[in-house]
Design a binder for this molecule. Sequence first.
Ligand code: HEM
Length: 419
Amino acid sequence: MTTVAAPSRPAYDELSVSSLDFWAATAEERDKTFKVLRENRPVSWHRPLDGSLMPPENDGVWVVTSHELVREVSRKAKIFCSGRGFQFEEVPEDILTAAGSFLGMDDPRHAKLRRLVSTAFTPKQIAKIHDQIRNQAKVIVDDLLAAPEGDFVSAVSKKLPMWTIYEMVGLDDQEARELAAHHADGMVSWADEDVAAGREPGEVLNDALVGLLEIGFDLADQRRISPRNDLMTNLVQAEVDGEQLTDEEIASFFVLLSVAGNDTTRNSITLTTKTFQGFPDQRDLLLADFDNRIDDAVEEFVRFASPVMTFRRTATQDVELGGQFIREGDWVAIIYSSANRDSKVFADPDRFDITRTNNPHLGFGGGGPHNCMGNFVARSQLREIFRELLHRAPTLRVGEPEYLTGNFVRAVKSMPYTL
Ligand code: HEM
């Protein structure tokens, strides 16, 4: 990558990814556009997002679609930073700080905060809660089997992620858990008409953020008074550079965890359940040797579903990427869902194939400093819920998912099931 003299802007790409209609279409439709972009111009120039509640005040966004370049942008975090926003929208700085915690920071502050909490997310730590995750998955499927029809998202997908996060963080009260999960939904679905139920989208976002922050503040207070063996106690006792974390920093991390840890695994469970129905051979293959095949299978669940579709970075300097000249301050969107269908890396990428080995998908990020901190938790949850579902609910049938419109998470609002 070398710096070159600034040429004028190219024309906006004829294949637009900036309209709401584009993000309201099915993933298969979007993939057709991404395939053309990826194979012909993996870095392309697009208008700012149309109809955004928080429209960016710039002239466009670079869209990066190939596996190689999504990885490169993720890893060159000094050049493509996260500290100036991480979404297609221009989220005001105060909301970004309150909602994004270290996801919206750059090193060295990002690294320091991340180090503080990362001990709770190591494979060793996750192995400790693995048995609990397993038991919880059993309970969820017991309940499913007792109700022969309903909504799969609320009956199954929502439950395990919510339980795991709040168990780790130490939020015990079931009502508070439900409320926190409800607000976490609002954080990613404020633009959806059903969720808004007559309110302005900005109001939905604000209510959700304030609601989550309040639960975070309260829990931090409780743990200062009576410490326990949980993540919140670690946070209130932790020090970075000789300073304790402020209440705002702790509550903001609680918001990040609630959003990052709930929605992502939930949608992976829903989408993978639907996918198995379309690929019954893969279901049989997995069941034939579950324990030996499940680890590779989980990687394929995440590749195929790509529940986090995009993230955004900002260029900190003029730079050339994929033959395009990117100016300092330009927005650069990385499309994980496109990278995960790159035929240069994945043979027959539209095929759900649980036997792929060393699956280099970018579902958890492109391997940079922000790579998903909860990936071991997510893997453990997916392993255990599908162990239960595939073995104990062989007659499960699901209908069409109802999707949420958005460019960030591939989210399913509801999906009917029968047994
Ligand atoms: C299948 C489920 C999941 C997927 C697909 C996923 C995906 C991602 C992605 C794409 C990123 C950003 C990577 C980057 O910018 O390089 C991320 C960051 C993050 N994820 Fe996940 N995630 C999942 C589950 C979880 C869970 C269960 C937790 C918590 C228990 C979690 C916590 C986080 C945190 C804290 C970050 C921010 C890391 C940082 O900024 O340093 N994620 N995740």
